[in-house]
Each structure stands twice: as C-alpha cells, then as structure tokens.
Design a protein around this ligand. Structure first.
Ligand code: AMP
Ligand code: ZN
Length: 133
C-alpha cells in the first residue's frame, strides 16, 4: 500500500484540512511554505494521466475552497497549484495529489523558475504536437 493510501486508511497520522467520502486534503509534512497542502482522492491513481477527469476536477475544486480558508488565515499573496507527474518532474509519491502552495514573497520556500528557450520555433513545435492528435 502506498504512503497516501496508508494516510487515507488512517494507518499513518496526518493533519486533515478537508475530508469527504472520496477525497482528503492534508498538510504536507514538508511545509515548503506555511499552509502547504496536498489534495488527493482516496482511491489510488498513480497520477493525473490515469485518473478520471472528474477526479482531478474535484481535487482542484477542493484546492479552490482551501485557498479561501488560507486567505483568511495567513493572507498569502498568491498560490501555486501543481501536480508532479513522473520522477523526472519530481513526483516522489505515486498517488495522485495536487500541491496547494500559498505564496508570500520571492524569498519564501518555493523556487519555481521558467527559463525561456532561445528563439523557439513555435510553428514547428505546434506542428509536431498537432500531428499526434
Ligand atoms: P511529490 O514529490 O509531488 O510526489 O510530493 C509528495 C509530497 O508528499 C512531498 O511534498 C512530501 O513532503 C509529502 N509527504 C510525504 N510523506 C508525507 C506524510 N506522511 N504526510 C504528509 N505529507 C507527506
Ligand atoms: Zn495510494
């Protein structure tokens, strides 16, 4: 059983922020920023690519609701909502989850930098991707 399935089964303790029949939101143990939360379905899916669309949708709607609670608690300036898929993307727990990371300023715990490519050929890239439709 994976670690999040164990949390769902209450075999491992967690700090619950939201729970219903099918979903759970807990504090991430690492607290990259204050209030960093994880939203997950109770059913095990490895990642968003194999989960039904409505499952990811429900996770995002729980994240939205939690963001309003966090707003009233810590007044963050923004949020990152992200789901890592695959080890190359930093996924360490292979049970679908979304990170809701409140942002305070550029010196808080999350460094997320988009390095732009030099002169990307957008037409070529779009054509290549669109061939696989
Ligand atoms: P990812 O790297 O996207 O797969 O994220 C997994 C997250 O799960 C990490 O941010 C960990 O800090 C978090 N995590 C691992 N074990 C626990 C746990 N027992 N309780 C809460 N969060 C956990
Ligand atoms: Zn699991």
């Amino acid at each position: 059983m994976c670690i999040f399935c164990k949390i769902v089964a209450k075999e491992i303790p967690s700090h619950v922020l939201y729970e219903d029949e099918g979903y759970l939101a807990i504090l991430d143990i690492s607290q990259v920023t204050k209030g960093h939360a994880l939203i997950l379905p109770k059913t095990h899916y490895d990642d968003f690519r194999v989960a039904p669309d409505d499952v990811s949708g429900k996770c995002i709607s729980i994240a939205k609701r939690l963001s309003f609670q966090l707003e009233q608690t810590y007044a963050p300036l923004g949020y990152n909502l992200l789901s890592n898929c695959g080890e190359a993307a930093g996924q360490s727990v292979h049970h679908l989850h979304f990170h809701l990371i409140p942002r305070y300023d550029e010196t808080d715990g999350l460094v997320l930098k988009f390095n732009a490519a030099d002169h990307p050929d957008l037409k070529k890239i779009a054509d290549e991707i669109n061939q696989k439709k």
